[in-house]
Design a protein around this ligand. Structure first.
Ligand SMILES: [Zn+2]
Length: 223
């Protein structure tokens, strides 16, 4: 038995004040009779994120991340801060009622499938330079939230990055407008494999958009 739809439908449920965030897989427990337990990341009422046994949590056997016993939250704080960053990213890209949606989801900025799961995002952050006070930044401001296009920077660095890219766009994601030469005015590019890949020059925006879209399929596996 693996993680199934019934488990997934429990994401967001709250048991004893502990919210299920995502399922992380199965783990064997016990010495005599080994049982495969379904494991999940959950958010404790103290705000700490921890990995726990789903059935035990649902059954009421788990009342906290351990904070009620130990009173120690230090370790959970980092994961919790990254989680809040993840939640902000999701709000900006996926919630049309969010005040920042227009500049993110509303103009086609997406979150890669891997990062729709908070645990994957937290794991990436911990391995890729997350420090307290830093925020997740897209290297190419027209690109998506995905490992190849993101890094942890200060707000100041982000603003600089945005100013530099702002004047070079055609108004369409991933298409540079070249003011010098009419015959190659629109130059589509795509961020993949850690760099911008240039896709030629076209006289019309429509041609450039078509080329950019086929590149998205090729490099980002978009349908
Ligand atoms: Zn706790």
């Amino acid at each position: 038995m693996s993680i199934n739809a019934e488990h997934l439908s429990c994401v967001g449920n709250v048991y004893n004040g502990i919210e299920i965030l995502s399922f992380t897989g199965r783990k064997s427990v016990g010495k005599k009779s080994i049982k495969m337990r379904v494991m999940c990341d959950a958010k404790c009422h103290c705000d700490k994120i921890f990995n726990t046994d789903f059935q035990n949590l649902r059954g009421g056997g788990i009342k906290s991340c351990g904070c009620q016993r130990k009173g120690n939250h230090k370790h959970g704080n980092t994961r919790n801060k990254i989680y809040n960053s993840w939640r902000g990213m999701k709000e900006r890209c996926l919630n049309p009622n969010n005040m920042h949606y227009e500049n993110y989801g509303g103009r086609g900025i997406r979150i890669c499938d891997e990062w729709l799961n908070a645990s994957n995002f937290i794991a990436w952050a911990l391995k890729n330079g997350y420090k307290e006070g830093l925020t997740v930044d897209r290297i190419n401001n027209d690109g998506n939230y995905e490992p190849s296009n993101c890094r942890w920077t200060t707000h100041g660095e982000q603003a600089k990055n945005r100013r530099e890219t702002k004047n070079k766009t055609s108004g369409v994601c991933g298409i540079y407008r070249d003011a010098r030469d009419k015959s190659v005015r629109y130059r589509p590019y795509i961020f993949a494999n850690g760099k911008n890949i240039w896709l030629g020059g076209y006289a019309t925006l429509d041609e450039a958009i078509a080329v950019r879209e086929s590149a998205e399929k090729k490099y980002w596996n978009k349908e």
